[in-house]
Design a protein around this ligand. Structure first.
Ligand code: NDP
Ligand code: 2IT
Length: 444
């Protein structure tokens, strides 16, 4: 980096200790150096300095009372990163590890991801260090109501539209929506991932996992291959992992391992997805129960070791930096031929760089997991029309969007002489639309 090194240095100085945020910014700025050279007008208009600084960051206290009557205090946050091409859009994460660095990295990535979808959505992210694990439904409800009491002052269907992420699913979106409606006295599409009974879109639940597999399918088609007969390892067993597994199975692949933060299961005969859903979606249990219920299944109480399983395709779908350089080398040594990110930034920077260097087909999350937010944008469209499309209609749109994202990232990489580098292609293609929009809107 030459031109953009000083932009990065300033970000590092201004955001000390925010490792994940700096990791995400560095990767994008490294890709954008050539764009800065080609577009001096963007440098002059301060586009690069502006895009790395959130438009607005909100931090608030979330007090609530637990079932034993004790007062609990969590921290809530929402980072409204960029609204050049549409209202801020991005999920809410409830996990004890949540801090500003994590929410800012997610919000920053979301700008480019949302741009890649081709739909009019800006970038944002939010969440809390609240841990839904082990809490009763009533505790989760009281927390969500308190969280939304403050958040409702900052969001709106044309301003900022949150959705789910880790720890935020249909239950939480329900409680959050109920409180928003009660406070504002209006029924609008202010959140996505809603229940089908009150404004949700068909396919939103499945969209991130399905979209990831559609994206990988496009990559495979380019090398005259497919999921048929492939052995696949998927980390995580939440929303993204479950529906990635379902689509892989529908396309004739065999998923042999899945995980949660406590450990992973290896089922050489292929994962029984109904059992996973029963344990994770219905009972909110641990993945270990799968091995307790099914014979011939191995359970290992260390989720990071999942990458030692031999596979053709790896889909990391749990969390950031869950797959490091050693894991990448081990996967490739064992014959893995394609890695596509379902989670946000699951591969460390070193792992991702190495995979690209080795010319292993690699899909960065901001491109390959964009199906979730794309379908959220389709939910917003349906809410505006007060109409809903069929499952097949939304699924077809999702397939088309994933294909466009793939060809856009692939062709952009080629155009800049970086053929095969989808990290570069996704960063540049996602950036250009936002940059030109910011340029046209003046210094704001
Ligand atoms: P869920 O909460 O449904 O599931 C998360 C899964 O990842 C669980 O199996 C969880 O295990 C595991 N996990 C979470 N944190 C860790 C950790 N620190 N170490 C190891 N395992 C962990 O979340 P989602 O499936 O929605 O999200 C998964 C990833 O996909 C995230 O990176 C998210 O940002 C990304 N994503 C999600 C989208 C969506 O539409 N939901 C869209 C695009 C990206 P445990 O149960 O033990 O915590
Ligand atoms: O990371 C993501 O793209 C999401 N968690 C989904 C965001 C959304 O608004 O649907």
């Amino acid at each position: 980096m030459e031109i953009l090194q000083q932009v990065f240095d300033k970000v590092a100085k201004r955001n000390p200790g925010e490792e994940e945020f700096l990791q995400a910014v560095k990767e994008v700025l490294e890709s954008l150096e050539v764009v800065a050279k080609k577009h001096p007008e963007y440098v002059e208009a301060g586009i690069f300095e502006r895009i790395v600084e959130p438009e607005r960051q909100i931090i608030f206290r979330v007090p609530w009372v637990d079932d034993s009557g004790k007062v609990q205090v969590n921290r809530g946050m929402r980072v409204e990163f960029n609204s050049a091409i549409g209202p801020y859009k991005g999920g809410l994460r409830f996990h004890p590890s949540v801090n500003m660095s994590i929410i800012k990295f997610l919000g920053f990535e979301q700008i480019f991801k949302n741009s890649l979808t081709g739909l009019p959505i800006g970038g944002g992210k939010g969440g809390s260090d609240f841990d839904p694990k082990g809490k009763s439904d009533n505790e989760v409800m009281r927390f969500c109501q308190s969280f939304m009491t403050e958040l409702s002052k900052h969001i709106g269907a044309d301003t900022d539209v949150p959705a789910g992420d880790i720890g935020v699913g249909a239950r939480e979106i329900g409680y959050l929506f109920g409180q928003y409606k009660r406070i504002r006295n209006e029924f609008t599409g202010v959140l996505t991932g809603k229940s089908l009974n009150w404004g949700g879109s068909l396919v939103r639940t499945e969209a991130t996992g399905y979209g990831l597999v559609y994206f990988a399918q496009n990559m495979l088609e380019d090398i005259n291959d497919s999921f048929k007969g492939k052995t696949v390892v998927i980390s995580g067993s939440g929303n993204v992992a479950i529906y990635a597994c379902q689509k892989v199975q529908q396309l004739g692949g065999k998923v042999v391992a899945m995980s949660d933060s406590s450990g992973y299961i290896y089922d050489k005969n292929g994962i029984d997805l109904d059992l996973i859903k029963e344990i994770k979606e219905v009972k909110r249990g641990r993945i270990k129960e799968y091995a307790d219920k099914k014979s011939g299944v191995e359970y290992t109480a260390d989720c990071s070791k999942i990458w030692s399983i031999k596979c053709d395709i790896a889909l990391p779908c749990a969390t950031q930096n869950e797959l490091d350089l050693d894991d990448a080398k081990l996967l490739v040594k064992n014959g893995c031929k394609l890695i596509a990110e379902g989670a946000n930034m699951p591969c460390t920077d070193k792992a991702a760089e190495w995979l690209v260097e080795q010319k292993i087909p690699f899909a960065p999350g901001k491109a390959s997991n964009a199906g979730g937010v794309a379908t959220s944008a389709l939910e917003m469209s349906q809410n505006s029309m007060r109409y809903s499309w069929s499952f097949e209609e939304v699924d077809e749109k999702l397939k088309g969007i994933m294909k466009n994202i793939y060809t856009n990232a692939r062709d952009t990489a080629k155009e800049y002489g970086m053929e095969g580098n989808l990290i570069f292609g996704a960063n540049v293609a996602g950036f250009l639309k936002v940059a030109q929009s910011m340029y046209e809107q003046g210094i704001v």
